[in-house]
Design a protein around this ligand. Structure first.
Ligand SMILES: [Zn+2]
Length: 274
């Protein structure tokens, strides 16, 4: 799933590889997917996107926005982009194909669910995108300790996971990146925010900033793929890759539980639950 670090590193790769290229053709929904979202009729994507020149790419929370002179393509959640060299075989199952004039191709496939929203300028009314665009990027200077403190109001009854990763409180911080942030903060995903001390909250702020920055700098998490299909360079402490292995701090076997619509991973010793 696309979250903030992957959106940042994919944007960087797309800017480097595709800036200046012109879209020669596009096709959406060739492999129909129940939970792939488009703007308008996907059959019109070809006509709407053709001729557009790619000008850049940026992360907007966990959204990856590919910018052109005619509009932008916003990918979210389980929509993952892959770049193909001229002549490379393209995957048969794809929810979006973008062909460039020089033979390069970008494909997007959707795992679980995801958005592939082509938006002409000023037409992106997607509520999640708008909320992400309105909030400070956690990697920016505007996301400072005072801002993080302001998010805490009214959160005492929420668990640490619900506080960090629900309600778009911190756009782009989802159930994936959440795991390591809470590990480094020493807080269990189920711990009530009302029981988090001021000192722990300050530590949580630093863990949000530092962990997300490290993940983005290293090209995303090792559970996700980059633009070329390679796993990201950030080695997750807590993920499906490390379940059952010894905690790097204390040696206890790392555990997993279903909680709040997704798996949580944790060290039962290092992360305070109550
Ligand atoms: Zn531990």
């Amino acid at each position: 799933m696309l979250e903030l670090p992957e959106a940042h590193s994919l944007a960087l790769q797309i800017r480097a590889a595709l800036a200046g290229k012109v879209i020669a053709a596009a096709a959406a929904n060739e492999s129909p997917h129940r939970f792939a979202w488009y703007t308008g009729d996907p059959a019109a994507y070809g006509a709407r996107m053709s001729g557009a020149c790619l000008t850049g790419a940026q992360a907007v929370g966990g959204h990856l926005e590919i910018l052109t002179d005619r509009g932008s393509l916003v990918l979210s959640d389980g929509a993952s982009p892959r770049l193909w060299q001229p002549g490379e075989a393209l995957p048969a199952k794809r929810q979006l194909l973008v062909l460039f004039g020089d033979g390069f191709a970008l494909t997007c496939s959707v795992q679980m669910y995801g958005g592939l929203l082509w938006c002409e300028p000023g037409t992106n009314g997607n509520a999640y995108y708008q909320a992400a665009a309105a909030a400070p990027d956690p990697l920016s200077a505007a996301f400072d300790e005072a801002y993080f403190l302001s998010l805490r109001a009214g959160s005492d009854a929420l668990s640490a996971k619900a506080f960090l990763a629900t309600n778009q409180r911190i756009p782009g911080l989802g159930n994936g990146v959440l795991q390591d942030i809470l590990f480094f903060a020493g807080l269990h995903p189920r711990l009530r925010m009302g029981g988090v001390t001021q000192e722990e909250y300050a530590g949580l702020f630093r863990c949000v900033k530092d962990t997300l920055a490290r993940m983005a700098d290293l090209g995303g998490r090792d559970t996700e793929k980059d633009l070329y299909g390679k796993a990201g360079g950030y080695r997750t402490v807590l993920s499906k890759n490390t379940l059952g292995t010894p905690c790097p701090r204390c040696g206890t076997a790392l555990e997993k539980a279903a909680y709040l619509g997704g798996a949580v991973y944790y060290c039962p010793t290092c992360q305070r639950k109550g």
